[in-house]
Design a protein around this ligand. Sequence first.
Ligand SMILES: [Zn+2]
Length: 126
Amino acid sequence: MTEPAITLRTFFERAHEGQLTAVRCGACGELAIPPKELCPACHAHEWQPVQLNGEGTIASFTVIRVAPRAHAASAPYALAVVKLKEGVSILGRVIDIPLDKLAIGLRVRFRPLVSADQTSVGFGPA
Ligand SMILES: [Zn+2]
């Protein structure tokens, strides 16, 4: 019996608790994060949750100087694509790393970014 695939909601609930969760396709082994409806590689729907350890390196980043209104107060800030140790990449907001210290290959660690009504993915110093 396979476990029910984790939903985006579960993903963010776990993220809120500091745990980063990916899903692995039971059909082809593809790892995906955040959870998707169907496997992008083989279109199967046989996900199994995989606990990630949250460590990774910056694969690319961009500094947001003019932010959308909801984030205007925190600009400038950086968004980074982080390649996790397990091999998947995810976009997250950079926290507690000076913008001039950002570099491709910098080691970072997952940190939930919790605001009043939502949790999003953040990465801080490893
Ligand atoms: Zn698959």
